[in-house]
Design a protein around this ligand. Structure first.
Ligand SMILES: [Fe+2]
Ligand SMILES: [Fe+2]
Length: 154
């Protein structure tokens, strides 16, 4: 069994390919669940606070966490996975290539808030939330197949 660099493991701990795949899935889906709770908070703040300070702060927390998550996927999680499974590199690169559109959509929400259009900001937010949810589903589907493949080859 191949033992790989433990990018998903605590420092100094070596893990097998199979364990690596399982950890990748649980780490990334755990981050997705955290982002989902920040989406809920931002949605609630937009609904009750319109474009006020609480809504802007909730949106900022969401965008900061989303950006940190993207950075980890782009520079750590996905390169680690495709070093084990080069056949997944194209699919993972395709997922990474969709990240900029979420950054752009966030700017549309901010623009609507700056123009004092809470209703338009709410519409942009729901479009953004739907697209982001599709993106996460696609990622989790791919990661689930990784768990199965690595388990099968162990
Ligand atoms: Fe992603
Ligand atoms: Fe993700």
């Amino acid at each position: 069994m191949v033992v790989v660099e433990p990018s998903f493991a605590p420092r100094g701990e070596s893990v097998s390919e199979q364990e690596h795949g399982v950890r990748a899935h649980s780490v990334i889906t755990g981050e997705h669940r955290h982002l989902a709770s920040l989406f809920d908070e931002a949605r609630a703040a937009l609904e009750t606070d319109g474009g006020g300070e609480a809504a802007q702060e909730a949106l900022q927390r969401l965008v900061d966490s989303m950006e940190a998550h993207f950075q980890r996927e782009e520079s750590l999680y996905y390169p680690t996975i495709w070093s084990l499974r080069p056949d997944l590199k194209e699919s993972l690169t395709g997922l990474i290539e969709t990240h900029p559109q979420f950054r752009d959509r966030f700017e549309a929400i901010r623009g609507a808030l700056a123009a004092a259009s809470a209703a338009e900001a709410g519409r942009h937010f729901e479009e953004f939330a739907d697209l982001f949810s599709d993106h996460e589903r696609a990622e989790e589907l791919l990661l689930r197949s990784l768990d199965v493949d690595l388990t099968a080859s162990a």
